[in-house]
Structure formats: structure tokens, C-alpha cells
Design a protein around this ligand. Sequence first.
Ligand code: HC1
Length: 573
Amino acid sequence: TINLKINGIAVEAPKGSTILEAARLAHIEIPTLCFLKEINEIGACRICIVELKNGKLVTSCVYPAEEGMEVYTNTPKVLDSRKKTLQLLLSNHNRSCLSCVRSGHCELQELAHELGVDDEGYYDGEITPSEIDTSAAHMIRDNSKCILCRRCVAVCENVQGIGVIGANNRGFSTSIGSAFEMGLGETSCVSCGQCIAVCPTGALTEKDYTADVFAAIADPKKHVIVQTAPAVRAGLGEEFGLPIGTDVEGKMAAALRRLGFDKVFDTNFSADLTIMEEAHEFIDRVQNGGVLPLITSCSPGWVKYCEHYFPDMTENLSSCKSPQQMFGAIAKSYYAEKAGIDPKDIVSVSVMPCTAKKFEIGREDEDANGMPDVDISITTRELARMIKKAGIKFLDLPDEEFDAPLGLGTGAAVIFGATGGVMEAALRTAVETLTGEELPKPDFTEVRGTKGIKEAAYNVAGMEVKIAVASGLGNARELLNKVKSGEANYHFIEIMGCPGGCVNGGGQPQQPGYVRNTTDIRGLRAKVLYDIDTANPIRKSHENPAIKELYATYLGEPGSEKAHHLLHTTYVK
Ligand code: HC1
């Protein structure tokens, strides 16, 4: 360790700490803007400036804490420097805070309050000309609100390994965008939305479809149903001030009912259905010499990535649609028939922690009933916006249940939202199917946890089954390159596009940089899902009574012709 003084207080910090980290040990949070730990450590924005004993100003996010150092974080010189930095940013910023979707939880706005920026008109003048990019299916870039912190560039390049955005031009004309000023929709962006998740301002936002949902609900001719992804219940509460890692499943169901949805269903139902189909597909490929490893296909960012970057591996992708899409296909066939509703009158809405789901609903071969399986996909953030707009007092709501039958899901389904969860759910069903015996306990703990790549091997009915799990596309690339080179060999792989899985999806509540840098957000949210799993009396997809009935009365067996028509899809190379 090393010993230093921060604002006159003695601090002992681990060797290798930055001043920012050492200050945290003294319970002082130095403001940051561009800094994202291990992702964007460029010391560029200079908001985190501190003063050394010799009067020198240094950027604390990258400057090493040293033995005997004396650091001051709040001198007039420091505060003045931070304010000037902020004023420079604000002088080239579209300050339409009243209408900005990030107002109230914008990191720039928060700093402006903290640092006492008091004359907004002072910053009037020329700002770098920019156009709003709406070309992508899932998001909007408004560079008039960009502060060039480069967090989006770093997460796209360093975490996802994609790199479709970067800085164009120089000086006052600098802007973030794609090469040759192409629209994002023209690039090989996979719609994961991790750039939105890290953006400190309103420069990057999902395409908002909340008005379409309100309009559908208000239309008396429409039967509007909603499904909620596993991970949404683990994130939504943050939008209402609850601590990260709060389970709001019951309040969420209550809120959706009060918003006016005709039926409040759950993607967990169709996650169980996905397991039935995917476990069957896995066993079939193993027993009949099919293409292995089988790779999961429920994460649309990952599927698009596979198509763009590993096109020779699309045959490894499971032909199963994602749970979102399976839900939609079943809602407009089985459910419509059962309820006596013309599927044309159904508006199928999904609430997802994901922005790529907005892209997925428009993919080819996702329209089993001659119409889109899902009509509108909104993010966790958009749902929160709707609840607030409707004046629903979320925190005061009682806990309510989902509606039957498409609201019934098992513990296996809810863990889909955390990396490793799909694999664990599939193993619970595949192992029992292959052995014909009940598992002594359904937990496959080797595939849990937020590590980027996980591996395990299981002896199943005399066969060694090797599996791997990767989350985040940088990790996916690493894993797949090993598979391609022959360095690693597996039977079954789970890949999720976002690091940590859907709990950390691009549509989840945005947490500011200082929280992201200090909190295991994905771990806390994942714990919610594992706790729900443990508490559920039914923890295996094949034991879901609503799924059993669906097969018994409608689909026949997993992999049947009808199941194939409704629940499976195709990929482009
Ligand atoms: Fe996911 Fe999935 S787990 S992809 O992460 O397979 O988005 O939560 O809904 O479809 O079930 C997302 C989450 C979600 C699907 C399921």
C-alpha cells in the first residue's frame, strides 16, 4: 500500500491506485465525465482535475497516487478549472433541457448544478453544425448534445470489438459518427445499444415508441397485450429511485395493468418454450450428426453480429426464434384462437432490456402468422417513461400477478436474463430428457457469474458434454476464434450480445459513470433473477404446466412441423 494525504486527511491506498480511487477511500467522490473504468481511461474531459501540493492541476482518473503525495480536491483553483471546462462544453451544447429525454438524470446537467453554472444565456453562440441520425432501427444520434467524451466509441470498440463509430474531423468540427459520415444504419452496427447505456447526455437515445403504445391502448378495436423480458423486473425499479438489484416483478405487472394493457403476459412463458425447442434441437444435432457446437440465438445483437462477422457460423446458430418472437407467434395463433380474437386485432407489445429487439421485430421470417410476430418493442426505460407519464405511483403499487396462460414461467426462464442462464435452463431440460431421470438439484453453478467467458463439462448419460458461455461481443469473438482454430471444442455455446447478459442490456436504466465505475450493476441485477428462480416452486421449463398444455393441445411435440413453422427462423449470410 501507499500513504498519501487528500485534503489533509491521511489515506492508505493499494499500490497502483489512481488519485480518483484513493480519494474514494477517503469518501470523496471526485466528479468525472469521460472516465469509464477499464473502458475509457483517456483523461480527456478534465472534469476530474485536482491540485497537487506544488499547485499543479492533474487529471485524477489517470494520475497515479504516490507515496507521500498531498492532493487537494476542492480548492478554488480546482473548482474554477472544473467550471471553466464545463462552460466550454456547455458553449457547444444544445441546452434544450426542458424537452430532453435525459433531463433529470443527465450527467452534464448534474455537474452544471453541482458546479454552480448560473447563467445559461452566457453560452449562446455558434455550435458545431450537426444532423440527427435516425438511420438505425433502434436509436437516434443527436450530436448537438454530444460532449465528445468518447465513452460510446470506447464501449463499441473496446468492449464489443465492433468499432463502427469514431471521431470525424478536427477541432471545432469534431463529431462522433461512422466512417465517411455514413448513417449508423448503413454500417455493421448490431444494435446492442451499449453506446446508449454509457452516454452521459441525451446525445444517444433509443427510438421511442411509447406514443404508439398509448395510441394502441386507446383504440377500442385493438386487443393490446404485453410481454416483459426476464431482465426488466431486475432493472425497472432503478427508474423510480429503488436500489440497484430490487425485484419489482409484482409492481411492474400492476403498472402494466393500470396502463391499460388488455393482458399482462411474460416473456418467461416463451423462454420456457424456447428451452423445449432448443433442448430438442441440441439432442437431435448430437444424436443425428448435426452441426455442432449449437449456439443460442435469443440475443438479436449477437445474431446480427454472427451474420456480419462470422457468417460461416450461422449454421451453428439454433434455428429457434428468440423468446420475444416465439411469444409473438404463439400470441397471434394459439392465444388468439383460444381467446376468440382475430389476430389482426391484436397489438403485441414487448418490454425489453434491449435495443436490438426493436431491430429483431422487423427481421425477415419473424412473421409466422402472415403478420409481424411482435408489433412494438419498447425498452425498460420507455416503460418507465410511460408509467411516469400516466401518473402511476409505481412505488405505491401492490404486487400483482401476470395473466394466464402466457404469463406463466418457471425459474429456468427468468434466469435467461443473466449470462449463463439460457445454458443452465437448457441443461436442466436436456439432461433430464437424455437421462430420463430427475436431477438431484437443478443448479448448474459453473455457468453462473459475470465472467466474460465460462466453460464447463458434464457427464450426461455416459457422454461428456462440453459447453461454453460468452457475454459481450468482444468475448464472443475471442471464443469463436478459438472454436474456429480448433483450439477449443464444445457441443453447446450460449452467447449474449451484452456483457453480463440482458440485465446489462442497452435498454436498461442508465447509471452514471461514477456508479458504473464502482458498482457491480450486472451482478446485483442478476442476483434478483437467481433469487426469483430459487423461490419458484417450478424450476424446469418442461414442467411449466402452461407449456405442457400448449404442446398437448396445439403444437404436438417439440420440433413438430407446427412448432417449426411458428417457432423457428432463418438467418442471412
Ligand atoms: Fe433477454 Fe431473452 S433473455 S434475450 O436477454 O432470450 O432482451 O431479459 O427477453 O427474447 O426470455 C432480452 C432478457 C429476453 C428473449 C428471454
